[in-house]
Design a binder for this molecule. Structure first.
Ligand SMILES: Cc1cc2nc3c(=O)[nH]c(=O)nc-3n(C[C@H](O)[C@H](O)[C@H](O)COP(=O)(O)O)c2cc1C
Length: 200
């Protein structure tokens, strides 16, 4: 087992998997562009079906002309804390592939692949001393319109990246939840031979 960050795994996993988590208390400091591009570079080394690399990232730095617009694309419950991040970005994925003949075909794993990119992003951010927090509480239609997302591209999620600060900076209801979360027992999610888990 590994014990780290108030978390305990059942087997000896790398501490990194326990250390990465999603806080909401960010200090609002600016992030050097080099750091953000390092994080996105890592993300785009994720594996994808047929190496289609369907992920796209649209980002804004806090303090930039785009910042308020990006904050406005998050639902209120996320705006409250994510406005203090250093960077906000949207993960968008291309839902089709294009053959050599120029024919478009559905790419059924585009969201799965974009998820791999999200996790790579979160790990690289962590290794640079930042925290990344994914968000599904976003206005997808408004994002498509505001950010000129082309047809056939899907808005997957938003991510706030920043430097963690004290939870006392959060409203009380969020400060109470500002702790690394636990996981289901491994036996509830990993089955040998057939799906023997509860279909709840
Ligand atoms: C795709 C995705 C969407 C999420 N949406 C939100 C959200 O809208 N608001 C929020 O506060 N947290 C959101 N989270 C954070 C999760 O609640 C968090 O990752 C989960 O509780 C596990 O905690 P940990 O990341 O600290 O290990 C999201 C995470 C992911 C991966």
């Amino acid at each position: 087992m590994t014990h780290s960050n108030n978390r305990q795994s059942e087997y000896p996993v790398e501490p990194l998997f326990l250390d990465r988590w999603s806080p909401r208390a960010f200090d609002g400091k600016s992030m050097p562009k080099e750091h953000l591009l390092t994080i996105l570079d890592a993300a785009h080394w994720a594996p994808s079906a047929s190496n289609l690399q369907p992920w796209r990232f649209v980002y804004a730095h806090k303090g930039s002309a785009d910042w308020e617009k990006f904050v406005g694309l998050l639902m209120e419950g996320n705006q409250v804390w994510a406005k203090n991040a250093s960077v906000l970005l949207f993960i968008i994925s291309r839902s089709y592939s294009v053959s050599r003949e120029g024919e478009k075909k559905p790419a059924p794993t585009h969201s799965f692949d974009a998820g791999a990119a999200w996790f790579s992003l979160a790990v690289q951010a962590h290794m640079l001393g930042y925290h990344a927090h994914g968000m599904a509480g976003i206005f997808k239609d408004k994002i498509v319109e505001t950010l000129n997302v082309p047809e056939g591209y899907v808005v997957e999620a938003a991510v706030a990246i920043g430097t963690m600060t004290d939870k006392s900076t959060l409203p009380d209801n969020l400060a109470e939840r500002e702790v690394p979360s636990n996981r289901l027992p491994l036996a509830d999610v990993a089955f040998e031979g057939s799906f023997t888990g509860k279909a709840d």
